[in-house]
Design a protein around this ligand. Structure first.
Ligand SMILES: NC(=O)c1ccc[n+]([C@@H]2O[C@H](COP(=O)([O-])OP(=O)(O)OC[C@H]3O[C@@H](n4cnc5c(N)ncnc54)[C@H](O)[C@@H]3O)[C@@H](O)[C@H]2O)c1
Length: 478
């Protein structure tokens, strides 16, 4: 029997499930097919983000941060905690509970929007047909007017250098599932995943070394912010070796021996576990994309036009699988916008206002252009920086580190970029995104009242600093 739909979404991660839900809300008959299986064999919607990425990593980041604070910060608040002990099994159990509550929630949301969820693999056969193979091997053919590819991405494996063995050499998912704190932990790659996971295990007691091939740290982040973040990471004990290109990693019963080149010399380090976090690749396995003639780029991303349409009529793609920023929220927006367009509505993604966040301590967040980028693009810019050291709220939180930097256009006064390093900047960045979305000037934000005392005042102060009128900072003489 062939079930017929208006839309079949293949992939139920942050790009796919919102696309399916929005399409359902807009009156389409929708199916969403997802192949995810957790390590315990349970299927789940939500993709990497909810099952093995954003959410479980944030759960462990929070728990490990509390453990670290109990040991190193509570005394400053006048709280004595004697013998704070780590119960890693409980910490992992809580992490799983957080994830599962959200992934099971997707099924409820599907119900509410009239979306039919299929747990298993989807393979495009052409002419709107999708072969669905359930986890028990049973197959059925589904048909739809339109098909959306939202199959996401997977960790890049360094097959010749450090192939995953899922025990000693693991990917970012495996690194969230350790059942004991490694004594010595190696990480290849000081990108977002490397520093977030390195932070988790360092706070829990591991000696962490991060080997990064590039000579500069976090090159996608504003230089001033990256420098400040590096200073704090090093202070916390993360040993970040820049310009260290890993040549080989060999695992045996004792651990992993990693050979890397630094300053023309070959060095070796021994670790108990090694995390490989060197980026993610588009995931199109078992999808039938190439057989169908869906054009892929040299790097395997699905090629789409400005309407997210692939080279094959009736086949669209959104999220990590089409490239660009590999961020859940970018995928969510694309999925929703595509559903709206398929329903005949006008909708668009503003790629100039995509926020990025690194959930370390301090957190790093940014949106828009960096100072270097703005200058390279020919803007005459003015900048304003305000430090959290001047924030009453940050001091009360015992987290008065970092700063907010605002970049604006001299000619129009429009805000071009905002870059932050400090406490809870993951939450603060939303205001800057809104400023960019509404093409706000520094004057617009300067005239906006901010509650006192809040961390958000530091953004306001940075904006005031642009024109030398900060109240809680020393302004540069003009
Ligand atoms: N908080 C978040 O928003 C968040 C969290 C996790 C992941 N992500 C996204 O997931 C994607 C993947 O993250 P990632 O950190 O794996 O990739 P990444 O591309 O951000 O960083 C990988 C790093 O590995 C280095 N590298 C590559 N080969 C190496 C080698 N042989 N030796 C040493 N270093 C090497 C690269 O130079 C690079 O700096 C990114 O797009 C990221 O933005 C986002």
């Amino acid at each position: 029997m062939s079930e017929t739909y208006d839309l079949i979404v293949i992939g139920g991660g942050p790009a796919g499930y919102p696309c399916a839900i929005r399409a359902g809300q807009l009156g389409m008959k929708v199916a969403c097919v997802d192949a995810w299986l957790n390590h315990d064999g349970s299927p789940a919607f939500g993709g990497t983000c909810l099952n093995a990425g954003c959410i479980p990593s944030k759960a462990l980041l929070e728990s490990s941060e509390l453990y670290h604070r109990a040991q190193h910060e509570f005394a400053a608040h006048g709280i004595t905690v004697e013998g704070a002990k780590l119960d890693l099994a409980q910490m992992q159990k809580r992490k799983t509970t957080v994830s599962r509550s959200l992934t099971s929630g997707i099924k409820m949301l599907f119900k509410g929007a009239g979306v039919v969820g299929y747990e298993g693999w989807g393979k495009m056969l052409g002419d709107g047909k999708v072969e669905f193979t359930a986890h028990d091997g049973k197959t059925e053919t589904l048909t739809a007017k339109n098909v959306v590819i939202a199959t996401g991405s997977a960790p890049v494996e360094l097959k010749k250098i450090a192939a995953f063995d899922n025990d000693k050499i693991v990917d970012s998912w495996g690194a969230l599932e350790f059942d004991a704190v490694p004594g010595k932990l190696g990480v290849i790659g000081a990108g977002v995943i490397g520093v977030e996971l390195g932070s988790v295990w360092s706070r829990l007691g591991a000696e962490v070394t991060i080997l990064e091939a590039l000579p500069n740290f976090l090159p996608m982040v504003d230089e001033q912010v990256a420098k400040e973040a590096l200073k704090h990471y090093k202070k916390q004990g993360l040993d970040i070796k820049l310009g260290a290109k890993v040549a080989s990693a060999k695992a045996d019963k004792k651990g992993v021996a990693v050979e890397y080149e630094l300053d023309g010399k070959t060095e070796t380090m021994q670790f108990d576990k090694l995390i490989v976090a060197v980026g993610r690749r588009p995931f199109t396995d078992k999808l039938g994309a190439q057989e169908l003639g869906v054009k892929l780029t040299d790097r395997g991303f699905v090629e789409v036009d400005s309407n997210y349409k692939t080279s094959v009529d009736g086949v669209y793609a959104v999220g990590d699988v089409i490239g660009g920023a590999m961020l859940a929220h970018k995928g969510i927006e694309e999925g929703v916008v595509l559903a709206e367009r398929l329903a005949g509505h006008a909708a668009t993604v503003n790629y100039n206002a995509v926020p990025s966040v690194i959930y370390t301590t301090p957190e790093v967040a940014w949106v828009g252009k960096s100072e270097k980028q703005a200058k390279e693009e020919g803007f005459e810019i003015k900048t304003g920086v305000s430090s959290f050291a001047a924030s009453g709220r940050a001091k009360a939180l015992e987290q008065a580190v970092g700063f907010v930097k605002v970049i604006s256009d001299v000619k129009t006064d429009r805000i071009l970029g905002v870059h932050m390093v400090g406490p809870y900047v993951s939450e603060m960045i939303a205001e800057s995104v809104l400023a960019l979305e509404y093409a706000a000037t520094t004057e617009d934000v300067a005239l906006t009242m901010h509650a006192h005392p809040t961390l958000a005042e530091t953004f306001h102060e940075a904006v005031l600093t642009v024109d030398g009128r900060a109240i809680h900072g020393i302004n540069k003489k003009k």
